[in-house]
Design a protein around this ligand. Sequence first.
Ligand SMILES: [Zn+2]
Length: 739
Amino acid sequence: MHIAAIVASTASFAQSPPSWKGKFEQLGSETLPSPNSYRTGSGAPGAMYWQQRADYDIEVDINDETHLLIGKETITYYNNAPEHLNFLWLQLDQNLFSENNMTEKTQGTIVRDSVPVKFFAAVTNTRSTNYNGGYTIKSIKDAAGTSLAFIINYTMMRVDLPYSLKTGEKFTFIVEWSYIEYDRNEYDGGRGGYEYFPEDGNYVYTFAQWFPRMCVFDDYEGWQNKQFLGMGEFALTFGNYNVKITVPADHIVGATGQLQNAKDVLTSEQLVRFEKAKQTYDHPVLIVTQEEAIKKEKVRSGKKSTWEFKAENVRDFAFAHSRKFIWDAQAVKVGDKTPLAQSLYPKEGNPLWGKESTKAVKNTLEVYSARTIDYPYPVAYSVHTADQGMEYPMICFNGGRPNKDGTYSQQTLTGMIHVIVHEVGHNFFPMIVNSDERQSTWMDEGLNSFLDKETLQERYPELNYTRGTPKSIVPFMKGDKLQMRPVIASADNQWKNHGPNGYIKPAAALTLLRETVMGKELFDNAFKVYAQRWAFKHPKPADFFRTMEDASAVDLDWFWRGWFYTTDHVDLELADVKWFTLKQENVNLEKRKIKIKSGDLNVASKNKKDFTSGPQEFSIQNTADKFYGEFKNRIDDNAIRQKIIDKNIYELKFRNIGGLVTPIIIEWTYIDGSKEIEKIPAEIWRTNEFEVSKVFVKEKEVASILLDPNAELADVEPANNGFPKRVVESKFDQFKKNN
Ligand SMILES: [Zn+2]
């Protein structure tokens, strides 16, 4: 292949160039696992893909006075693995609060001259109450009633099987347990707990991680029995649930799954409203009104009632109950399904919750379904409790409370809508696309933060929501690299960077990927392929990375490497601009066939700060015979020459200061005031990761050049993006000037 002398540029470094980092090399087997028959090289489940299954039949009773939960579960575990199992691992998450817990033992702490008491209590386990947390395991027996041996290791419990459980076999066993639910105001980190309302002496209970749950056993790492330390969330097995929840008879219960015995637990009036809600698509229907809920706050039923829920193909089960609950619901159309969007909230949530909660559930189901798969479950609850944001299949617990007089700030409104959209959105990641949260926070929080931002921007444009845009991650990316870990680092090792690395950085990266690197059509399509491939399965990071490439033909190894495996940041510099025009004399000289010297373009002009000294003239010569090699015909040099006679030729030198390779977006502003945006793929850096020059031929004369004009690249330093140098102003300066 011939190399045209005018456009091929090699970088000139004053000293020796920085050493090659292989930024465009493929993520080889040292980074990604080798494809196999379980997980293919295209990022799809393989022909031999398998996963385990665990079905649960649970009966649980909650005491409203003592907060004691007593439970009995029958677990049927299906071994689909191509190996025999001699023991099973279960998760005992409530042991996070047992006296002997690893979290508190291993948490680094310091003393400051002044700290809030609550903070001190949380880090030293010096609490105002003598709460005795953690599980009491009463018994573990097989179906015949024979006790099974078990060992508890902090938050993990190994149950030994009486015989080897072979491939294709199932094993049924029964666990009886109890624990005392905790006050979430004092014990945070557990995700559930109760909220106490001193004015009327009532509670809102949100039960989470409340039963011994099966660990995941998979092809990738065997048992996922990494301890629950508080930050890294859950890895869970799919299965069917049948759960009977016994509470005081005046409580309203919401849970993962569909209510099976409405006529036993609802009044006839509530039942009529409940049925009406299922047929109503344009507004929420109140099943329990605020007046009715307030009336109930003042009395205590001495009776109990049992609410029965069924859920199919879910990874977990949570529930909430209170006599304070107002309840509204409406149906939502999603494909050929009509899930019931529901909200449960104490009066303290109003007027905000009545207006916004169920609407937010509906918006989430619609937007997420369009981007992934149709919401497959029959119900979706949003439950209000203070300062919370936690997700489970079909139900989530959300904060966002107005002031006592019912007023609320724009911030409270935005925060409340965001938390609901986010937590309902978790139904898709990780409840349906069941990634391992304990290892890879970004696979659920990052993908979900990306889609919650998309939902808020589409359905609530008036809120101007920007969290998760490339611009929103700039302050973090500018930070101290010694304090930073890459997104791919596991959840509990991310303590300091958990928020940015789990949520905003991956969301910003996906936004950049969609809007700048891949384009919306290719991205949306590939993202949907990922959701479809891995719905109701267990994807790993490589499955996502590979699928996004597989479905789009965009090589993204450089992108995953930079954004997920390193702490590099984007800082693009427009290092130099040169302006050239063709020497008119040269055109005439050509006709007289006078030989001129080549290489004018490479004569270094001194770095200029603006265009005031005018263009530098350059000459071009006729193509010499040697450039044609064996070809007998010749191209018309004059025709080409005529095409560039009056053009403005610009040579731009770009530098990658931050280390994270990036597409380049150039905004040309011409002297007539018109503008042009030009986008160059990141591959421009593939032969030189640090510096590259490129020549542009423009009809019009350029007045100024600006890189990343709309701040979509997460470039941490806009001050080096412009030419002439003096016109560059930070957005903050512009803001000051305009206000
Ligand atoms: Zn989340």
